[in-house]
Unconditional design. Sequence first.
Length: 374
Amino acid sequence: MIKESDLLISLPFGRTKTIRDHNNLVLQIRGLKKGTSHVFYLLVDGSYSKVPVDTLVDARAYALQKANTAPTITLHEVLAQYYAYFLGLQLANTTVKKFKLYFNKYLAKEAVLPVTEVTPRYVFDTYLKEPYQAGKYDTVSYLKRKILASLDLAKVEYPHLQIPDISAITLLYKLNKHARHQPSLSYEYIAKLANIGPCTGVTRCLYELSYHLLLRPLEIVSIKLSDIDTDGKVLNVPKTKTMVNFKVPLTDVALLLIQVAKLLKADSTNPYLFEGKVDGHISSSVINVLLKRCGYSGLQTAHGIRSMGRTWMAHKNINYEVAEMCLSHITGNSTVRAYLRTDYLEERRVAMKAWSEYVLKAFDKYSMTNLLID
C-alpha cells in the first residue's frame, strides 16, 4: 500500500524502490544524481505504463478507472476454465471421475458475478451451503480446495484483475469439523459382522483382511504383491495418509488371508493383490457399498474398522504410542518426534497378533482361512 509519506522518500544514486497499491498501481522511487524521482505506473500483463498524474489521489483514481474499463470474467467462467484445465492433466481415472461428479453437481451453477467481486459468503452460499447443510463436510472441504485452485489459476491467466482472497471461507464451517468421525460399532459386534452377505470371493477376503491389517480402505486395496515380505512377515506400505514407507507386521492369520487372495487372482500379471478394472485394483469403496447393502448405513464403515481395533487396544491397556502406530497415526509434537525415532515394529507385532486372534475367533466358521485349513 502506497502512503503519502512514500512520496517524500529520498534514495541515494542508483537505488530503487517499488511499492504496490490497489488496481495494479505501482510507485517507483529511484535515486538520481540530483535528487529522487517518484513516478506512478500501472502494471498490466507484466509491463509498466506510466500514469500521467503526480499525486497519489489522482493516481488511484486513474488506476480505478482503468480497472473498471478492463475486461473482466465471471466466477462461473473461472470455474469452467479450471475444469477444462483439470481434465487435461494426466491423472488417475478415479480422480477425474470424482471431480467431474462434484463439478456437475455443485460447481456448474451459473454464477454471473464478476470474479473481482466474489466474497467468502457469496461462494459459500452459492456452492458450499447445500453439502454443508447435508453434513457432507468432506465434500465441502474438497469443493473449497477446487474453488481456491480455480482462483489461483485465474490470477495467472488474468494478471490485470484484482481477484480477492477468499481463504477465510473456512471459518464459515470450521466449527463443524468434529462431526466428521466415521461411524463404527463396538468391536463386540465383529462376530455379527462376520456373517455379512451376500459376500464371497475376493470381496470377502478383502473385508476380513481389513480387520487384521487396520489400514485405511485405499491403502489396503493398493497393496501390491511386491509389497508383501512373507519371510520377514511384514507388509511395506509405500505411503499412508500420514507416513511414507510404513511397515505393517503380518500375523499368521493375515498371511493365510493373503495366500487366499493370491489363489483368487484371475490375472497373474496384475501387480495388485486385489485386482480390479479401475486403476488395476479393486475399488476402495467396495466394503462401504457392502455394508450399506446389508443394512449398516450410518452404523459401520470400512474406515470404522480401524476404530474397532483402536478401541480394543485401549481396553487391553496396550501402550498408547504402540496402539497409535498400529493405525499409522502420528503422535507427539515435532520435538518429541525428533528424539523418539522408533516405529515400535516388534511391539506392534505383539499387539497385532493379539488383535488378530480376537478377530479370527469372532469370524469363526465364516473366516476365509478355513479354505486353506480344510
